[in-house]
Design a protein around this ligand. Structure first.
Ligand SMILES: [Zn+2]
Ligand SMILES: [Zn+2]
Ligand SMILES: [Zn+2]
Length: 106
């Protein structure tokens, strides 16, 4: 496990959109500014590392949960379903690879 900076709030621990108030805590990292992620990791293709959901942009990314990176299996190949983008044509995150853009190599 590695400790990474919360991409959603950029490590500030505050809600980046100030939905309640500008002082409200980030709900992705619960105000800590950091998050744990299991290795190996790669940048989240679904949110392109921002930690912010590409749809309904005030929420954290469902694929990485605000981390901006996702943990992936040791042996992977590009997801044949989404072609590695982590998203479906509808814009929702790819169910097959869970937004990671890669699947376990068969
Ligand atoms: Zn945060
Ligand atoms: Zn993401
Ligand atoms: Zn996919």
């Amino acid at each position: 496990m590695v400790l990474i900076k919360c991409a959603f709030c950029k490590g500030r621990g505050k809600d980046p959109f100030g939905i309640m108030s500008h002082l409200s805590t980030c709900y992705a990292c619960k105000g800590k500014g950091t998050l744990w992620v299991a290795k190996p990791t790669r940048a989240c293709p679904y949110c392109q590392g921002t930690g912010i959901s590409p749809i309904g942009a005030r929420n954290y990314c469902l694929a990485c949960r605000g981390r901006g990176v996702v943990s992936i299996p040791e042996s992977t190949e590009t997801c044949p379903y989404c072609g590695g983008t982590g998203r479906e044509p509808s814009g929702l995150y790819c169910i097959e690879c869970k937004g990671k853009g890669v699947v376990v190599k068969k």
